[in-house]
Ligand binder design. Structure first.
Ligand code: FES
Length: 163
């Protein structure tokens, strides 16, 4: 099993090189390569970032700039499920703050943190393009709109029961 400190496996390294070979410049595969690594471990450790940078012929700083630019790439460990609650203007107007406070109280964490059982990480995110159904959020990449506290409570119960 891949850990944050263990080197990438030979097949993963080969997949990254194959992605790079499809691009005019290997750096064109940077996001796909980082997503591939994240799919294995759930996040991108510094050890793996260095390996990917080496495989793509990029500096670690350049690749880290890409990894930290995209909201859906995680440079720190996250829980089994990631809830990204939009904190842009439409969602804020439609009650995002009380929802966030409710979620924090229920989970016993603050935004940016993960529950003690490692089930749920709560992250803020910029507008996810679902403003007409604000407040909105992404749960493990799936869009949810018109969110209220009852929705959140059901969601939290489901996520805690889902491996
Ligand atoms: S402001 Fe929240 S989805 Fe656009």
């Amino acid at each position: 099993m891949l850990t944050a400190e263990a080197p990438l496996s030979t097949p993963v390294r080969a997949e990254i090189l194959a992605l790079a070979a499809q691009e005019p410049h290997p750096r064109g595969a940077s996001v796909a390569a980082l997503r591939l690594v994240q799919a294995r471990l759930g996040w991108i450790s510094t050890v793996h970032l260095r390996e990917v940078a080496d495989l793509l012929g990029m500096s670690v700083d350049d690749l880290d700039g890409i990894a930290t630019y995209f909201n859906l790439l995680f440079r720190r460990p996250v829980g089994r499920h990631v809830v990204m609650l939009c904190d842009s203007v439409s969602c804020w107007i439609m009650g995002r703050e009380p929802l966030c406070a409710h979620m924090c109280r229920t989970l016993g964490i603050r935004p940016g943190e993960t529950t003690a059982d490692n089930a749920i990480t709560l992250l803020p995110t910029v507008c996810i393009g679902h403003c007409d159904h604000a407040p909105a959020m992404l749960v493990d990449g799936t869009l949810h709109g018109d969110v209220d506290t009852a929705t959140l409570d059901r969601l939290i119960d489901t996520l805690r029961d889902t491996p």
